[in-house]
Structures are given as C-alpha cells and as structure tokens.
Write a protein that binds this ligand. Structure first.
Ligand SMILES: CC(C)(COP(=O)(O)OP(=O)(O)OC[C@H]1O[C@@H](n2cnc3c(N)ncnc32)[C@H](O)[C@@H]1OP(=O)(O)O)[C@@H](O)C(=O)NCCC(=O)NCCS
Length: 184
C-alpha cells in the first residue's frame, strides 16, 4: 500500500484501497501461485498481472468501481482483492456486475474473504446504486462457493452455465451462478 493511501472501505480487520501500480509485486506473486490459481485456466506471469492491474484501474476510471486491494489493518500486509466488475463475456445472465475475490494462500481460512465481500456488497448496493450482483465460479471450487453462501447469495441450479471461454471437456468449464438482489 502506498504511504498515506486512503481506504475507500474499512472492515474490522481490513482496509480496502484502490489498486495502484505500486501493488504489482504483491499482486503478481499471488497470481503466480499454483494453489491460488487452481480453479483458473492458468497462473499469470508478471507481465499478465501488469496487464490485469492496468485493466482494473481503467475499469475503475470508466465505471466508478473495480476490485479493491485488501490490506490488513494490523500490519498493512497485502492480502489480495475483493470487489465488483462488469462481466466481460456474454451469457444468459449478462449484462451483469460480479463480485469476486482472490487471497494469497497464507491469508485463507480466517474469514477475510467474506469480511471484505460483505463490505463490497454494501458499497455496490449503496454508493454504486446496483440492484443485482452475481458471483460465479467453477462448480468444483468449493472454497469460493462457500464464500458465496456465507455472504448470503442465492443459488438456483437452473442458472448454472458452461463458461463460453472454456472448452466443453475442461474440468473448469461448468460454472455455478449465485445472485443477490438489493433489499428495496
Ligand atoms: C475463495 C477464497 C477467497 C476464500 O477466502 P477465505 O478468506 O479463505 O474464506 P473463508 O476463510 O471464509 O473460507 C472459506 C471456506 O474455505 C475453507 N478453507 C479455507 N482455507 C482453506 C484451506 N487452506 N484448505 C481447505 N479449505 C479451506 C474454509 O473452511 C471455509 O469453509 P467453512 O466456512 O465452511 O469453514 C480463497 O480461498 C481464495 O483466494 N482462493 C483462491 C482464489 C479463488 O479461487 N477465487 C475465487 C475464484 S471465483
């Protein structure tokens, strides 16, 4: 985290800040870990992480929201991302805004993902003014599905889908879709 960078959101244990170029080292290290990336088609090289970071910043400038970098309040350590993005492929539920998360392995299992996600949902339904937020993952990614359940998202198996960017015989192809609607 850059010195003095303001938190956009705060939770009990976390500061959620805008991504900047200064995050590249920590971001790339997380995206290069095979365990973290087990349910994605590939790990990311430092160059691909730099491209993704650039896109996240551009998304924020264009749409007013994006993924947030997570930092522990206790020691400022980078512990991944959670946030909102427009879904960048076509499917039966698009156009839509998704909530997503990725933490480095040392930070798993402490409830930090759901803690950050709850703050992002409140931000999305509040300041951003969204009425619906979705989340999806490979049907075999039980840890991520658990986060969706813990933050109160709803699942209808009729919504599940095959990811259009993956081959039909890829074990990651079949995806679950969870939804949450704002309480009007
Ligand atoms: C998915 C992810 C964000 C969960 O974040 P988290 O802060 O660890 O979430 P939680 O601590 O609430 O743990 C979620 C569930 O995973 C389980 N879990 C956590 N760490 C685990 C580990 N190392 N091994 C096995 N299970 C684990 C927990 O037991 C928990 O289930 P429970 O609430 O029934 O006990 C994190 O595992 C991650 O970054 N995974 C890799 C990236 C990824 O797959 N992102 C989602 C893509 S759509």
């Amino acid at each position: 985290m850059q010195q003095g960078q303001a938190a956009i959101l705060e939770t009990e244990r976390l500061r959620l800040v805008d991504f900047t170029a200064a995050h590249l080292g920590d971001f790339a290290a997380m995206n290069a870990d095979p365990d973290v990336m087990a349910f994605f088609p590939a790990r990311l090289s430092r160059e691909k992480s730099a491209v993704m970071l650039h896109r996240l910043i551009a998304h924020r400038e264009q749409h007013g929201f994006s993924l947030f970098a997570l930092h522990l309040k206790s020691d400022h350590r980078f512990v991944g991302f959670t946030g909102l993005l427009r879904v960048d492929f076509e499917a039966h539920f698009t156009p839509a805004v998704e909530i997503g998360w990725r933490l480095p392995k040392f930070a798993w299992g402490q409830g930090l993902g759901p803690e950050a996600a709850r703050a992002c949902l409140a931000h999305g339904f509040g300041k951003i003014g969204l009425t619906d937020i979705v989340s999806f993952t490979a049907a075999i990614n039980q840890r991520s599905i658990r986060v969706m359940e813990k933050i109160g998202m709803q699942h209808d198996t009729a919504d599940d889908f095959d990811h259009p960017n993956l081959a039909a015989d890829d074990p990651l192809c079949h995806h679950v879709l969870y939804r949450l609607r704002s309480v009007e």
